[in-house]
Design a binder for this molecule. Structure first.
Ligand SMILES: Nc1ncnc2c1ncn2[C@@H]1O[C@H](COP(=O)(O)OP(=O)(O)OP(=O)(O)O)[C@@H](O)[C@H]1O
Ligand SMILES: [Mg+2]
Length: 353
């Protein structure tokens, strides 16, 4: 019997809900499914900050609205977690059975974590084995999330009438939705630019090697425009959309342009520094491509600027690389969202499911 799964991405500007239908469990594990529903509902500014729900009622209302648009066949949802406080780091551990490894994880990693073991949820995703002279070592990604981070998010999901069956890392969902074809065999940097956060995942042959969350995104440019022109955030947002990083013909908008360009440049610098860090920690291994997603990636001129700064080809990502668009949903319902919903789609399948 077909399995339906919901993926819910709780962003600081909107919630995005995706429903995917899988023919069976195997298809769910490999992400071979049909996108049967999608909705994006805006939330009031301030009701979700830095990945954490602040106003449970407001976010629950938005989720409920998204549910009524999708009218899903299931209430089972997987939510994502992503914040600067979530530690996602590559580590090497002595090879041992997974069950033993998971139970010994707290002792193995307590020295490398900046937070108390008792207050965090730990996990380890193996990505490869390294053969040493005497013993082999398991390489993988350690995840440590503060327990308190998702508690409000779970409340909001519950209040909206959905049942959380899994909590996954946004960064993993981001790549899972997009890893297809050529991207699965190369060294690719996936960069998702949101309003408050930017997630960077560098993958080598389909395996995540470096994950970084920057607490910066499109809102910084909006705020800078609002300050420069003494206007409200809504007006500033419109101006930002119109001019982006390109010099405006209207001289009155020059201060807005300067504010946007400065903010975008500092974000691009931070992204590029992450690329340099990756290469210097991996014997100079070069990143071959950059794939950008998220609302912030649409800032005019940003992709070009990132390409120049990193000297790498930059393209928009495809959130639907692994799924087909259901005929009932129709291509029109998701047109324009190709580069905007990788997390919601990627949450519907994979390990956490
Ligand atoms: N066409 C555009 N030009 C410039 N910026 C844009 C455009 N479209 C969206 N944005 C910006 O993208 C940001 C929202 O991105 P996204 O939808 O990925 O955010 P989010 O997932 O809600 O936020 P976060 O993940 O940071 O919590 C906003 O800052 C918005 O101004
Ligand atoms: Mg987001």
């Amino acid at each position: 019997m077909a399995i339906h799964r919901l993926g819910l991405d709780l962003g600081s500007t909107h919630v995005q809900l995706a429903e995917v239908e899988f023919a069976n469990k195997n298809d769910m594990a490999t992400g071979t499914g049909i996108l049967t529903g999608f909705a994006q509902v805006t939330i009031p500014r301030g009701s979700l900050e830095g990945g954490e729900v602040v106003d449970v009622g407001a976010v629950a209302t938005a989720i409920r609205n998204a549910v009524s648009i999708v009218s899903p066949k299931t209430k089972d949802v997987i939510i994502g977690v992503g914040a600067e406080s979530v530690v996602v780091r590559e580590i090497e551990l002595p090879e041992m059975p997974m069950a033993q490894l998971r139970s010994s994880l707290p002792f193995q990693v307590q020295d490398v974590l900046p937070m108390s073991i008792d207050e965090s949820v730990l996990d380890f995703y193996p990505t490869g084995t390294l053969e040493g002279a005497s013993a082999s070592t398991l390489r993988g990604i350690l995840v440590a999330a503060p327990k308190a981070l998702v508690s409000q998010n779970l409340l909001a999901v519950d209040a909206a009438g959905l049942k959380t069956v899994g909590v996954d890392i946004n960064a993993f969902a981001l790549i899972r939705a997009q890893l297809a074809g050529d991207l699965s065999s190369r060294v690719v940097a996936f960069v998702d630019i949101g309003a408050q956060m930017t997630n960077i995942v560098i993958c080598q042959a389909g395996q995540p090697r470096l994950v970084r969350t920057l607490s910066s995104g499109g809102h910084k440019a909006t705020d800078a425009v609002a300050t420069a022109l003494r206007i409200d955030a809504q007006q500033a947002e419109q101006i930002k959309f119109n001019i982006g990083m390109e010099p405006p013909s209207d001289r009155e908008l020059v201060p807005a342009h300067d504010a946007i360009a400065a903010s975008a440049r500092s974000l691009v610098d931070a992204v590029r520094n992450t690329f340099v860090y990756y290469s210097s920690n991996n014997h100079g291994e070069a990143i071959e491509r950059v794939v950008i997603t998220g609302g912030g990636a649409h800032l005019r001129g940003l992709g070009q600027h990132l390409a120049t700064a990193s000297r790498l080809p930059v393209t928009f990502g495809n959130s639907f690389a692994r799924v087909t668009i259901g005929s009932k949903l129709g291509a029109d319902a998701v047109r324009g969202f190709e580069a905007n919903v990788p997390v919601a789609v990627g949450l519907t399948f994979g390990e956490a499911a």
